[in-house]
Each structure stands twice: as structure tokens, then as C-alpha cells.
Design a protein around this ligand. Sequence first.
Ligand code: ADP
Ligand code: ZN
Length: 622
Amino acid sequence: MNRRSDPLHAATPATPDRRRALEILREVFGYTQFRPPQDAVIDTLAAGGDALVLMPTGGGKSLCYQVPALLRPGMGVVVSPLISLMQDQVAALRQAGVRAAFLNSTLDAAQARDVLARLHAGELDLLYLAPERLLQDSTLARLAEVPLSLFAIDEAHCVSQWGHDFRPEYHGLSVLADRFPEVPRIALTATADARTRREIIERLALEQARVFVSSFDRPNIRYLIQQAPGSPRDALLRFIREHHTGDAGIVYCMSRRRVEETAAWLCAQGLEALPYHAGMEAAAREANQRRFLDEEGLIVVATIAFGMGIDKPNVRFVAHLNLPKSVEAYYQETGRAGRDGLPANAWMTYGLQDVITLRQMMAASEADEIHKRAERVRLEAMLGLCETTRCRRQALLAYFDESLDVPCGNCDTCLWPPETWDATEAAQKALSCVHRTGQRFGVNYLVDVLLGRDHERIRGFGHDRISTFGIGRELSAEQWRTLFRQLIAAGLIGVDIDGHGGLHLTEACRPVLRGVRTLELRRARPAPARSARRSRSSTPVETFDRPADRALWDALRALRLELARAQKVPPYVVFHDASLAAMVAQRPRSREALAAVPGIGAAKIEAYGEVLLEAIAAAASD
Ligand code: ADP
Ligand code: ZN
């Protein structure tokens, strides 16, 4: 393997640790280069320092502690909040030939004893534990008896009381600094905000740690946000059929009922969809999660309860049938797509009712003023992201105080620039209709008045005799609804607290009514989903244009599933999609050629080299 010709690392000072780290990366994990700042993080730990790593999902956090744990003498201890996360990580490490184990409640007494025996015999490179287990006196005492390479605290934002993943057990982890002052510690999280960062440093006693902050951009995720004129469900089905046949995906809905209905409906349309929400029995919920992880191509329809334990790397799409409450939530939920770095779609549809519901929630909130203001800012930002005519990614990153200089080219507004129109006059009509009808009616009624529809209710209120009756016939009902949505989103119209959807004017609308402010709004148009196909594809499968490639891809996926089932592990633990896709592209015909496939290290060549080469050869001779 021609390591010396590696241009990136030839220039860096090749300390013995660096060289050894690179060797581990290649031999064990099957990758050729570190992704910055992995190398710098590893240097820090190798030299005995502490680190705090803020990196987006899919950024490559695991290697930041796995490599130095193998590099340094002793065993690495990894604190992980969820059993499913530990199991997958350990299974994946074992596939790579690393001596890893976990200690948790799923082990019976004999299995736990066996892990402890290996710990004392120095036969473990990495041990995964839940914080409560680690903090037991007996565990701490045992750890004090063996050499330790490092402590890694994964999902470190769990220590933050502000976040929704708060776990009180994480607070106790500051004892590690006192009990093991000589063991380097690394905390990792995909949560970016400054407050969480400060809290992690303080609560985990990481004042001395070097802090590594990566860009939170997820370039492989394509952001698609559309207004649904028709039924959102139909739009979802079209989107899945056109782009994600056979792919795993997550569909987020606001309510449990909507989750159940949507899952059942997708199944009736011939897709494999499972529900997941907090109202289900724990066993059924866990079974569905397990199936999602273990099988290929399942869709989970879920409330936001479906989240942190999901480290499946090949979730190819995340769909939202409702608006999330904040940009943070949107970023986090969409971030579960494409962890493996391959193209993935974040698709969302929303409509007038979403905007009204969110506005109502905001108006009805009983939080104190400070929280209310924070809530309002968050909702504004979410609505702003939806209605923007700019690049979605630029808007998204700007929210996290990160700037992207040029439009991304991989979101709906970049791919299909929205048309705008001068909506000032129409807005004036809509606003004055709200005014003349007494600021208490909902959108449907107002649209009827604008269109001059003749019905009893309107006549009953005498609204067939006001000046705005019938002055809006140049637009359709749908167009008026879109306009109302935009006016509500822009804060020119407010929604009443009582929940009936009555609309009123806000201060902000005055300049528009008086004609001193013009309004350029996004023109509604049919869903752009169909044309999505023409631009660069979304999933690996879509990029395999040749039937032979497609056939090999299917064959390799089937082989992977078989290998995974035999070992009772999820398929992605055996190979990532990226490895299979590279095999399709490169068609390796020897063990040496296989070694060049990303993610295929020495242990995997040993275990699977023969069957892989056979499958590739068989496909070639077809
Ligand atoms: P995170 O924990 O930050 O979400 P992971 O550690 O799971 O991310 O890594 C995400 C993906 O990137 C995985 O598929 C992993 O194998 C891959 N990866 C990580 N580091 C590298 C690298 N240096 N070269 C190639 N692929 C990498
Ligand atoms: Zn863009």
C-alpha cells in the first residue's frame, strides 16, 4: 500500500504518534486520511491532553477517541447514554477487529463476569458504559486497577440542563477529573450552541481542554421545503416513490394520531412503514426501532420521541409532515439523514394550518416573558427559513452564526429559484378585509369575503356590503390562502389565542397598509419534486444508471444482510453503504484492490474478502 505518496500527510510533521495513528486508521478502519480536525484531536489526546469536540452528526466523532484509545497503552472507557448506541458501536468495532465490549443491563451475570475478567487481563481496547454504571463505586475501583488510555464522554450535551436530552447521571462525571487526573478526557457532541458548550466545560471540568469546533454544515443533505397545495400525504408518497424506493427513511409528524394514520396509510400504499411514538407500549416501540436498524429499506413514521438512539448511517431521507418548532429541532431531526456522508434528502411540506398552529402555540404560551421571547424568536426563525427566497443552507447556517459565502446549489431554492411577485396590493386587500370584518374571523371566511362568495354567514354579518367584499377575484382561493400564510408567517397578521384561528392586524402591517412598504413574496407553484430527478441524484442507487451496476449493488446488499443476520448485528455494522457503493464503482478483483475500498480494513478482508470477491466476479460474468 503506497502510503508514502499520500500528499496530505506527507507535509505534516510525521511524529511517531501521527504515523502510528495513520497506520491504525488504514489497517483497522480502512480509511486513507483523517478528516480535520480528527488528526488534531488525536494529537491532543496522544499527548495526554483533554479535548472538547463539537462536530455535526456524521462528522466522524467516533474515530477521535477510538484511534487514540488504540494508540495509547491501556483501555479506553467510553461513556454512552443509550444501550442501542453502545451495542452498535461495539459490534462495529468488533467487525474491525478491535477488542471492544460493553457493560450494561442487557448482559447476564456470566457475560458481565467475562467482560470484567477481560478488563483485568488487559484484553480490552475499549469498554462502553452508561454513566450510572461507570459511577458505581465498584466500577470506579476496578478501573483504578487497570491502565487506562482515555475517557470519552459521548453525547456530552446530555450534561446540559437546557437541552432536551438532559441526563442527571452525566453530572456525576466530573469525578473522573479528580479520580483519574492523569487520564486524558474527551467530550463529544453534535450540539453547537454556545450555552451548551459552556455547560459541558463547566460540569465536566474541562477548563483545560482544547476545544475543536467544526462547521455544522451537512453538505450531503439536500434541503427541500415546499408548500403543499394538495394533500401533504400524497406529496410525501410521490416524493418517496420518485426518489427513495427501497431506502430507509424517517417521517416526522406532530401528533401520535397522525403518526398512526400516516404509517397505516403508507403501508396501504405498498410501502413498509412502522409507527413510533411515546404513547406506544415500550416493547412495541423498541421492536419497531430494532427492525428499523436491523432491516434495510424500512420507513419509520414518528413523533420527535424517535431520536437520539438512531445512529443508523444510511437513513436516506427525513421527511417532515409538519413544521418543527424551531430551527434547532429542524436541524437535529433532518441531521439523522445521511450520516454516512452519501447524498440524502431532508424534505418538508407545510401549509397554512402549520403556520396558524405555531402562531397559536406562541400566543397561548404560559411561559414567563424571557422564555416567551426566546420561543418567539425560535418560531420566527423557523417560519423565516420556510418562507425565505434565499439559499436554505445559508439561512440555516446563519441561524447558527456560521456563514456560507455562496449559495449551496443543493437546496430547493438554489436548484429551482423561486419566483417572486409584488404582493403589496393583494396584501392591502387582505389586511383591510381583516380590518373591515372586525378582526375576528379565520382564513376561510376571509377568503370567501375577498372572493365575493354569497353565503348565509357572510350575509348574516352584513359582510356582503363592505368594501372588501368581492375585491379579490383576481386570485384563486388557494392563492389567497398562500398569501395569508405568508402574512401570518411574516407577522403582519396575528392569530388569536383562543384556538379558533381568528386573525387580527399587528403593528407591523401598518407600513404595508399605508403603502410605504412593498412586499415581495414567493410565488406559490406546483411541487418541484418531479424535476428533482434531473439534477444530481439523491441516493446511491439513483446514481447507478447501468443495470449491471444496479444488479451488483443489490447483490452486495443481499450479501451484507445475510452476513449481518448470521451474526445478529445490523447490516451497517458489517459494511457501510459507502463501502458497497465504492465496490460497485471500482469492482475490486483482488484482496489488494479490496483494501483500497473505504471502510474495509484488515479484519474485514480476512473475514469477508472471499465472499465479496466472489460476488463481484459473479456479477462481472453475468
Ligand atoms: P458521528 O459520530 O460524528 O456522527 P461517525 O463517527 O459515526 O460520525 O462517522 C460518520 C461516518 O464517517 C462513518 O461512516 C465513518 O465511518 C465515516 N468516517 C469517519 N472518519 C472518516 C475518515 N477519516 N475517512 C473516511 N470516512 C470517515
Ligand atoms: Zn442552497
